[in-house]
Design a protein around this ligand. Sequence first.
Ligand code: GLU
Length: 297
Amino acid sequence: MYTGRFAPSPTGPLHIGSLVAAVSSYLEARQVEGKWLVRMEDLDTPREMPGAADDILRTLEAFGMQWDGAVVYQSSRLEHYTEALERLRRHDLVYPCACSRKEIADSAISGIDGLIYPGTCSHGLPAGKTPRAWRVRVKDEVTECRDRIQGLISQNLARDIGDFVLKRADGIFAYQLAVVVDDALQGVTDIVRGADLLDSTPRQIYLQQVLALPKTSYSHVPVVANQRGEKLSKQTLAKPLDLTQPHLELWRALDFLQQKPWPELKQASLSTLWSWAKTHWRVDHIPNRRAITSSLE
Ligand code: GLU
């Protein structure tokens, strides 16, 4: 059965950019009578904002978005990530790394998403060093995926990313590992999310392969960028959604996604707008761009 999900990190209230991702995954799932799950990605405790998880759920409710089953909190699922890491360790696919950020910065070159780890610890820890993080060994081969919106994406993980972290030096499991483990355990078949995560996708496909997990389909919707070209986020001071006018916010999200909501629907009720959206939703109308500058802030 089609199973989609929305997986926010509770680092702050939802803004129009997060609504665009939530609405896309919701409509994709509901249009085919599929399931839609909500998972709170609350592993990165230093980045969390107290109360944000509840605030996000209340916001989804205010928009009339109903999820299936109970909300899953990653913070209560550490045994699954531990088990996945252990499986990789038994196959010698992960290794402990003792490098500090500074040591990596001194010897690495930049890749698609930050510095490419030069592999310093991949053949064993240098004498006298204590392990800090766990990294997965990647291959010098192309990992590809045909994204339903963005088209073909292709990376050579060894050249573009390097061996990446699955458990951080502070003991926190990395997003890349947790997301793959949870999508598989929750039976997620279709991932619809913001294109800021497009560059992470080959890493996640690779983890699915080495952990022998089912493949998922990917659709990356453009992120909303502000007039300065920055992705809306808590850091860029995006405005929280206006919960006094959810139908207007929903109309704007649909408009951003080029679904061409009729102008008169701006005056319609939330439920009228949702039924319009469920009937008219077309994923192939979404522009195949990673970001779109918008005055929606
Ligand atoms: N938690 C991630 C975020 O808020 C999204 C994860 C995902 O959809 O894969 O950016």
